[in-house]
Design a protein around this ligand. Sequence first.
Ligand code: NAP
Length: 305
Amino acid sequence: MSSTWHILGAGSLGSLWACRLARAGKATRLILRDGQRLQAYQQAGGLTLAEQDQTTRFAIPAETADASGPIHRLLLACKAYDAAPAVARLAPRLAEGAEIVLLQNGLGSQDEVADQVPHARCIFASSTEGAFREDDWRVRFAGQGFNWLGDAANPAVPEWFDDLQDAGIPAEWTVDILTRLWRKLALNCAINPLTVLHDCQNGGLLGHLDEIDGLCSELGQLLQHCGQPKAADDLGEEVQRVILATAANYSSMYQDVRAGRRTEVHYLLGHACRTAARHGVALPQLEHLHQRLVDNLRARDLPSA
Ligand code: NAP
């Protein structure tokens, strides 16, 4: 089986992973959106990683989905709403038993991907690392963090897992990956939409703690109903800790909205509300929050799903 890391999406996280894997001498290939993007990438001569005051360029080979050759290992590094269509285009190239690492935030996109490629193993990831694009093909590693990877259907550690350590990518294999993703989703639901609605930094939410308490209580009920009681432990306390520790930051959803970019709401608060409805649980405060956010996004001409 080929040991090449195919990485779809040379955005923030995809570039961060690609540069570190290439730096460690791992065979790495980028899959870009189309011929035009490929041409622009080739003109730039590679991906540049900026870390503190150091910048390094890596001439990582790139192709589009239409290239030939089987793919055995794919890191899917696009936004949640792009994940299933991107994988559908690659499906004919995915070898039997191919492994796909899904970096998408939130929940729902992982199942959409798995439905497209039943012959592949889908490995879910949850990342607290931070990166952003300073320019096309140039990423800044902005926040040290950690990555948890796991496969709820199969606890076996993939044979390539040590590649991550070799590349300096901090990561742990966990059988509780769904709990981690649900916990992160719940924190996101309690914080990010309110920063958009109240037009504030995370710290601005300290003036809305009653509203947040109510949301955390409903999120806790939801997590109990969908078999994730551990993800509900001390949720309200952690939400307050995060708000205090990141008081001066703008949430990712706030930044997306401000920049006129599509948000991942469908896979965050939207997923929470759909799951509640499927379980027949009434969560009026969460529903109301979702409706206010949808109205706010529509008023800005941004997709609300
Ligand atoms: P991003 O910077 O917007 O990058 C996404 C990339 O995917 C873009 O380069 C885009 O191409 C590419 N793409 C989309 N569809 C494609 C296709 N069909 N074929 C090839 N490339 C395609 O996003 P990101 O910030 O890296 O986020 C990726 C995921 O990681 C999200 O779910 C996010 O929530 C999560 N995450 C991000 C961070 C972070 O610090 N950035 C941290 C934790 C989790 P173009 O360049 O052509 O548009």
